[in-house]
Design a protein around this ligand. Structure first.
Ligand code: SF4
Length: 293
């Protein structure tokens, strides 16, 4: 890993305040879009760039805001990679978020997030905290192939349970669904069963498939050659160089997903999930409302 002093920390894309404390990732997911060439990495993807001044930048940015809002993190790089254990930058940023009364929507695949459950709880009580966890396969042997350097699905479900025990709302990313690998009814049903059991608020699924582009595609194909001999040729024959790689079971799996989420009153469109994660309730107002009742 290497250290830099970043110029800014909040991206502000589309009105959302997102931050990435690290660039690159060591979790090794075989399908990772963040390693695509379009992101113009000038260093190896696993050579983590650490924005060492992230907490100070965040503090300055939050101080200058007129209104509190939700801060998002984890979309491009997991905030709980191995290096977070020693660096603690994600924790420091959460402390800043809590200090200034902002909310957070944080996304990870790692159980290291449990280290910070005290702070997440504090933020949730003062403002709002949504923990987002990605689940792709119920089969933990397959999980070890798809996402080799991070805890398995069983453990991630335990993380979701622990969040629920604290009253911290959770959202699951059901993504990506890889054709001929995890695109089965059985897999989707088993993941959904667990999501409903642990009371997730919403499930984000952009469709039953994955996206591939230059950089990401080569890495994915090398992993297919290693773990699923012959499958790369099937992909090339069926999808060529396409960006969108839909599962042959797309429609069947999508209707199953929508139907079961609706039956269980779980949000299932990306729009409603993102609207929920961007909305910061006025807790003080709610208290007055309650007193008035
Ligand atoms: S955790 Fe996310 S950023 Fe890290 S390798 Fe996996 S998909 Fe990529």
């Amino acid at each position: 890993m290497h250290f830099v002093n970043a110029k800014g920390i909040l991206s502000g894309n589309g009105g959302h305040n997102g931050m990435n404390i690290y660039r690159g990732c060591t979790h090794g997911c075989i399908y990772c879009d963040s390693r695509s060439n379009c992101y113009r990495f000038t260093h190896a993807f696993e050579d983590i760039e650490v924005k060492q001044n992230a907490p100070e930048l965040l503090e300055a940015a939050l101080k200058s805001k007129r209104k509190t809002c939700m801060i998002g993190t984890g979309s491009m790089s997991d905030p709980y990679m191995h290096c977070e254990e020693e660096l603690g930058l994600t924790r420091k940023c959460l402390e800043v978020i809590s200090k200034y009364g902002f909310g957070v929507a944080i996304q990870t695949k790692s159980d290291r997030i449990l280290r910070d459950i005290d702070l997440l709880n504090e933020i949730n009580k003062k403002a709002k905290c949504v923990v987002q966890i990605t689940l792709t396969t119920y089969d933990d042997d397959l999980c070890k192939i798809l996402e080799p350097n991070v805890c398995n699905t069983k453990r991630r479900i335990e993380v979701l349970e622990k969040m629920r025990e604290q009253g911290i709302p959770t959202v699951v990313w059901l993504s990506p669904i890889l054709p001929f690998i995890n695109d089965t009814e059985d897999n989707i049903n088993k993941i959904l069963d667990e999501c409903f059991r642990v009371g997730v608020k919403g499930i984000i699924c952009f469709g039953m498939g994955l996206t591939l582009r230059d950089g990401d595609r080569e890495y994915f194909y090398a992993a297919l050659d290693k773990h699923f001999p012959g499958l790369k040729d099937k992909y090339i024959q069926r999808y060529g160089n396409a960006y969108e790689i839909p599962s042959p079971n797309y429609n069947k799996l999508m209707s199953l997903f929508m139907k079961r989420c609706k039956e269980n009153s779980v949000m299932c469109t990306p729009d409603e999930c993102f609207a929920y994660m961007n909305e910061l309730p006025d807790k003080q107002m709610n208290l007055f409302d309650m007193l008035g009742e």
